[in-house]
Design a protein around this ligand. Structure first.
Ligand code: SF4
Length: 94
């Protein structure tokens, strides 16, 4: 079943399907995320470890967190992500 999600940044996204709560880089506890939050991450192909040179750390939606240097906040997901992560909405910092 498709689900419409409006993020804190004002984006409206359509999420479909489910995802298992995969391992993380320790930046968030997948068990604490709702299914909608997990589906949003899945729909944008989020991964905790980027296989390209475009990682969350260099994304305009990323804000370095105070927890550790390897974690930060994603404005689209409205939650913590790995600085080494990546998703299909990656956009270079200006
Ligand atoms: S939009 Fe994607 S690439 Fe950018 S910080 Fe969020 S999860 Fe990382």
């Amino acid at each position: 079943m498709a689900q419409t999600i409006t993020t804190a940044a004002g984006f409206v996204l359509i999420a479909t399907g489910c995802t298992d709560k995969a391992t993380t880089q320790g930046c968030y506890d997948p068990e604490q995320l709702s299914n909608a939050q997990m589906n949003l991450r899945a729909s944008l192909n989020y991964t905790d470890l980027s296989t390209s040179t475009s990682a969350c750390r260099g994304c305009s939606y990323f804000t370095q967190g105070s927890q550790t240097a390897d974690c930060g906040n994603c404005a689209i997901f409205n939650g913590s992500v790995s600085a080494k992560g990546h998703c299909s909405s990656w956009s270079p910092k200006a």
